[in-house]
Design a protein around this ligand. Sequence first.
Ligand code: ADP
Ligand code: ZN
Length: 738
Amino acid sequence: MSAPVYLDVALNLPLRREFTYALPAGLRAEVGNRVLVPFRGRRMPGVVTAVGVACTLAPGKVRPIERIVDAGTVLPPALLVLARRIAEEYGCSLGEALDATLPAAAKARGERRIPHLELAVTFAEAERSWLDLEEKAQERSRVLRAVAEFGAPMPVLDVRRRTGTSDSPWQTLVKHGLLRRVLVAQRGEDLALGTGETVVRHELNAEQLAAADAVRAAVAARRHEVFLLHGVTGSGKTEVYLHVLEAVRAQGRGAIVLVPEISLTPQTVGRFRARFPDVAVLHSGLTEAQRGQQWRQILSGRAQVVVGARSALFAPLRDLGLIVVDEEHEGTFKQENTPRYHAREMAVARGEIESAPVILGSATPSLESYGRARRGAYRLLELRQRAGAGQLPRIVIEDLRVAEKPDWVNGVPISRTLRRLMEERMRARDQVILFLNRRGFAPVLICGKCGSTLRCERCAVTMTYHLRRGRLVCHYCCAERRRPEMCPTCSHPRLHELGTGTERVTEAVKGLFPDRIVVRMDADTTAARGSHEQILTAFRKKQIDILVGTQMLAKGHDFPDVTLVGVISADTGLFVPDYRAAERTFQLLSQVAGRAGRGDKPGIVVFQTLNPDNYAIQAAARLDYDAFVRTELGFRRDTGYPPYSRLVRVLFEGLALPTVQAQSAEVAGTLRDLPGVVPLGPAPAIQERLKDRHRMHVLVKCATREAFLAAMARLATVEDRTTQTLRVTLDVDPGSLL
Ligand code: ADP
Ligand code: ZN
């Protein structure tokens, strides 16, 4: 009998170590194999990270693996290295990082059926019940209503997320015979192959050619280099990617194109499919079986170009020649649960590991990437003009500080300028987009006598008034209440609606243009399945004249007949206490402005604002990224925020404020002696309370790589402070400070 072979296996557990197992005689294993192993009385999937390791335990103590899963599909070595990088950079275990690199279907075979909820009664009966439950069982009422309004079996997870509830309300509804739990095979959305689209291969213009040549040189040399492709919307960035892809494909190598989920439209996919027949698409609308199938296609080398959202970063291509991150500034590239990696940063890491060039493309690059380009770590490539048809829009700033009575319509600021332009567009049968990044009717109800506002008791924020539903809704925890007849504090009968949301804008515009079709698109009007696409299709077919919406309609869509975009308030995001408030405002305004004049007609954009001199608004109005970034970089340097530091956030959430305070103070204290490390706080998080939980965070600025590593070493076990009543979360490069 030969000596037993031992393996190291990484398990998807928050334990920062690997576990040793024995390989049963007759089995062969290699690094990257997926295995099933016994662990604490359960059976767990894992990945082999080393074969033939020494084992100090008594032979009888080491348990054998149960089996090797799908021996033909070994995780490529580069992905194992990438997973180690993620574990290091984001402070998770190797097993947790590896788990992200595998689609669920590769872990457990077969189609998974997931629990959904549907009505067990008629809609009318459901409505009666939810009105009935409204006072005595609010959460149940909300759940019932959400399922009814969805109009199709709704995934339990979505129900919980939309209503901010736990499992018990829906379970009770099932018990009472109002809802039914059904298992539904996950629906796979077919991203149409871009049928009917004629996809022209354009000859590149001079700027595009210079950019493409720079990248192609790196492709030819198989050299890792990061290019920051900065080009206004419509400047032909995608066309540059496509031309570089041709060079990669000609070498017989593969490529990954990462796009934000929201811009993963049939148009985008069709554009790649038309040029490259072997495109695989990975996005969250696929069923697990479909994902698994795409994954195998890639692993076997049958698909060599992968277009997808964040997780496509882990596409198991064997010979990677290029990674593109389109709209690199988008926040959605940051994963918001463990492993909390940033796909843009890890795309650069993967490129480095595989000696492949990386293109980061954007009309408004993130300060992080731009800062690195300035320091020479990335190479800046610029496209300054629009490539095809379509001119840059003209942008007008409307100063709302000098607004007079005629500039208001039923409490909504619609300046005379904007109104006149809208009337012109309506006469010409063009279309208009009105943008406001705040839903509901009014964000505040305030008493006309004592000035108190109506707040959510659990979250300590004002509740937004929704007119149609006659209710106040907490936009943090989804709690609802009926609009009171009088002020709960002083019983005064007059409550004023303060401020403006999309619902109020829509009502006002309907009043202005009673014979036109005005439609609102926000989270409230797109609750029913498929309604999002329905609205966009109707708008594209010109069945809608004026579309009012939140940032949901800011990006990715092309409407050739939209010649006017009005931003009702450019200020909504400006004063959020987040160091990126100006950057986000600039990006959002630039993006919204990019919706105007995409066809051959010129477009006009109106920014209404109370801060006409603000540099972010000024720069967005002049389409002047350079001016914005110069000012913003100055502020960031003075305050030591990214890109002049790396940020780590430790979030403490608990029921007892003293514990939250004590724990966060203690953690901040452990970091104070480290050179180059500045722990800020502990301070209350922006969202100070959420569902009765007190929330505080420590923001850690790390000036250098060494400082970052030192801080991370101290924070390695910080999440172990989590108890039943306190949750501690470590987040590197945090996307949100809420
Ligand atoms: P971006 O990705 O920067 O928004 P696209 O690549 O989508 O820009 O290009 C915008 C439009 O211009 C598209 O309709 C595209 O077909 C067209 N286009 C791109 N490059 C050229 C070119 N060199 N000549 C003519 N039209 C072009
Ligand atoms: Zn709340």
